[in-house]
Design a protein around this ligand. Structure first.
Ligand code: Z5A
Length: 208
């Protein structure tokens, strides 16, 4: 990675406003002449997009084991890291990610209550020492976020989970944000305009 290239991640529950945040951050970065590569997880390469479809589709014939779900997330992540994220950073391009590893820790670790040691082993194997330079976590009450998602149409397999699942996921997100560096919590329950102001302020502070 060249000295200037940074890896920025946007995280949050469904309906938190990640898509709008990504558009704003991309514009912010490009205005100052940075080349930006946007990614989404799971997905972002042909194979990873196929895994995304598999992991999100409602399964009527079998139960998806939480461990399988986790492994599919990390398989997609490995593909994206090798083919998109690492090459982009190596070329001095900024990477702006719609979800990354924090999602697995929150959804599969918090929501599904999978063993942290199991997740940590995968993190080490897949990520090595790569960590985002900045993560913006958009914090939303799951009831509000899910309502926003519901208004968009049919819910996928994970979105169909009970509210308690998303409450555990949110708690894990907040727990990670409180204990690890380079994570900024944005109150995503504000108006869109206020959220955008908070994001811009966080970018100014973190990037100068
Ligand atoms: N997942 C996982 O379990 N483990 C992992 O490791 C990874 C992912 C990487 C990905 O689905 C699913 O995979 C996700 C987590 C899981 N599943 N669930 N459940 P996705 O990428 O398709 O879903 P998403 O990331 O949750 O996308 P989303 O629902 O589109 O969320 P969003 O991008 O944050 O929301 P948005 O499209 O920006 O906004 C939603 C609506 O709200 C839209 O109409 C906006 O206009 C509106 N909005 C946004 N902000 C506001 C404010 N401030 N006020 C009012 N209205 C607003």
């Amino acid at each position: 990675m060249t000295a200037a290239a940074k890896f920025i991640v946007v995280e949050g529950l469904e309906g938190a406003g990640k898509s709008s945040a990504i558009a704003l951050i991309k514009q912010y970065l490009q205005q100052s002449g940075r080349q930006v590569v946007c990614t989404r997880e799971p997905g972002g390469t042909p194979l990873a997009e196929s895994l995304r479809t598999l992991v999100k589709q409602v399964q009527t014939s079998e139960v998806v084991a939480p461990q399988t779900e986790l492994l599919l997330m990390y398989a997609a992540r490995m593909q994206l890291l090798c083919n998109v994220i690492k090459p982009a950073l190596a070329q001095g391009k900024w990477v702006l990610a719609d979800r990354h590893d924090m999602s697995s820790r929150a959804y599969q670790g918090g929501g599904r209550q999978l063993d942290e040691a199991f997740i940590d082993q995968l993190r080490t194997a897949v990520l090595g020492d790569l960590r985002p330079d900045l993560t913006l976590y958009l914090d939303i009450d799951p009831a509000i976020g899910l309502e926003r998602a519901r208004q968009r149409g049919e819910l996928d397999r994970i979105e169909q989970e009970q509210l308690a699942f998303f409450q555990r996921t949110r708690q894990k997100y907040l727990q990670i944000a409180a204990t690890e560096p380079n994570i900024v919590v944005i109150d995503a329950g504000q108006t869109l305009e206020q959220v955008q102001q908070s994001i811009t302020a966080a970018l100014h502070k973190a990037l100068g």
